[in-house]
Design a binder for this molecule. Structure first.
Ligand code: CA2
Length: 151
């Protein structure tokens, strides 16, 4: 069974505890449980990781890329948090690892401040899910499976 890595970036550990108007009241733990359930339904294993550190996220993308080459990993679903708007290093990591990656944002970043309108990640992503709340994680997993899983 192939594995999907669900990666969450900085501050997403606060999900459900702050700013419920923007991000809802579901906790990260709940989101990760939803992702594991979606994986069971779709016949893939789901591994989850959250980090507030860019280098940890980069290392996880590199490892996922090695897994894709070895045939054990299908790809990555990632909410890069605010690194979306700043991180050329994450763009380079995704490109370099050649890993299929779906970018997900809980909020509709295009309806928010202009500094959230540009993503460094999107040009390296295989697909983007934006503005569906935490359901977006499940949609992104489904999208990754539909696009890349050969059964
Ligand atoms: O909408 C999204 O998913 C974002 O990726 C969330 C990021 C933000 O910087 C992006 O522009 C859009 C922020 C993640 C911080 O998450 C929090 C959750 C609850 C309370 C405080 C922060």
């Amino acid at each position: 069974m192939k594995t999907i890595l669900v990666l969450n970036g900085p501050n997403l550990n606060l999900l459900g505890q702050r700013e419920p108007a923007q991000y809802g009241s579901t906790t990260l733990q709940d989101v990760e449980a939803m992702c594991v359930e979606a994986g069971k339904r779709l016949g893939v294993a789901v591994k989850c990781l959250q980090s507030n550190h860019e280098g940890v996220l980069i290392d996880a993308i590199h490892e996922a890329g090695r897994g894709v080459k070895a045939g054990s990993v299908l790809g990555v679903v990632m909410n890069p948090g605010a690194y979306t708007h700043t991180s050329i290093a994450l763009f380079d990591a995704i490109k370099g690892a050649e890993v299929p990656l779906i970018e997900i944002h809980i909020s509709n970043v295009h309806a928010r401040e202009s500094f959230r309108h540009h993503s460094y990640i999107s040009a390296a992503a295989a697909g983007i899910v934006v503005g569906f709340g935490v359901d977006g994680y499940v949609l992104a997993i489904e999208g990754l499976v539909r696009k890349f899983h050969k059964s």
